[in-house]
Design a protein around this ligand. Structure first.
Ligand SMILES: [Zn+2]
Length: 310
């Protein structure tokens, strides 16, 4: 009987273990037992058989770069605080909410923008260079894939390093806005607290009151990070573009996402409809586990650098 190519064979496994986070390092990575050698072999086999790999990445990829995610048990933002991310409608409706958002974002920006790609980002960039990776879709807005040099990339939820005007649609750099914030608020000072996945930080109400927010220099419109906030939808053209790249691919790998948000999950449903083989590398359960041929539990950077040494 001829087995489908994704049927995994188990090799006599050398002892290969993913190491743990160094002691003393602040970690937003959920606890995870060591990934076993057989699972690593299976994932390596899956990747080596793929000719045009389609990858979806999520917050779990960036936790190893020091950026907390929202949903991880114990260490995610939802578990650690009662704060919730900005809703699109509230941002558009309320000048006060925008002032609060930008004040926090201003304080958090130097730290948030300084995060660097980790081993997982680098491996994915290598796969692109070697012609293994056909397309990468990320749900992250932290620019770490582009910092790693990824080109065949769609940032599904936008990127916090860009700013857009809700009036005229002009796109500008977040660094430029930071310079405007500094010149508009020369005496404004605040102490940065914990930084959230979207670059937000924690400030008291009275600290926010005097913070001045510029409007668009072209049209006077509202400036917003070029990021899809909760309650907003991804542009139809972007979704179709990603579906087209998926249709050109021959296997799907999910890296560091629980796929709880529909905007990413829909591509797994489409892949399943196309009978494409799916593998998932994540700590904890995902919404698409029932669709996957292979599920590997482990830290993204550790696992990917073991199966594909840099
Ligand atoms: Zn404008």
């Amino acid at each position: 009987m001829r087995l489908p190519w994704w049927t995994i064979t188990s090799h006599s496994a050398p002892v290969r273990k993913a190491s743990s986070v160094p002691a003393g390092m602040v970690s937003f990575v959920p606890t995870c037992s060591t990934t076993d050698a057989q699972a690593l072999d299976q994932l390596q086999d899956f990747v080596s058989r793929a000719r045009r790999l389609f990858v979806i990445s999520g917050a779990g990829l960036s936790t190893e770069s020091g950026i907390p995610d929202y949903r991880s048990e114990g260490v995610g933002l939802y578990a650690r605080t009662d704060r919730r991310p900005m809703q699109h409608a509230e941002f558009v409706r309320s000048a006060k909410s925008r002032q609060r958002y930008w004040a926090r974002n201003f304080v958090g920006w130097p730290q948030f923008s300084s995060h660097q790609p980790n081993a997982a980002h680098k491996v994915l960039q290598q796969w692109e260079e070697r012609g293994k990776l056909h397309w990468l879709v990320t749900q992250n807005v932290d620019a770490l894939h582009s910092k790693a040099g990824q080109k065949r990339l769609t940032e599904l939820h936008g990127c916090s390093h860009r700013v857009m005007c809700l009036g005229c649609g002009a796109i500008s750099g977040r660094e430029e806005l930071q310079r405007q914030f500094i010149s508009l608020n020369p005496d404004w000072q605040a102490q940065a607290g914990a930084v959230a996945p979207d670059g937000d930080v924690f400030l008291e109400d009275e600290q926010v009151l005097n913070f001045r927010v510029p409007s668009c220099s072209n049209c006077g419109g509202i400036l917003k990070p070029e990021v899809t906030f909760f309650g907003d939808t991804v542009l139809k053209g972007t979704v179709q573009f990603v579906h087209d790249r998926l249709a050109e691919s021959d296997a799907v790998l999910v890296v560091g996402s629980s796929l709880q948000v529909y905007s990413g999950y829909r591509f797994l449903m489409a892949a399943s409809d196309r009978k494409m083989p799916i593998a998932i590398l994540n700590i904890g359960p995902t919404r698409a586990d029932h669709l996957a041929k292979l599920k590997v539990t482990g830290r993204c950077g550790e696992v990917l650098s073991v199966i594909c040494p840099l």
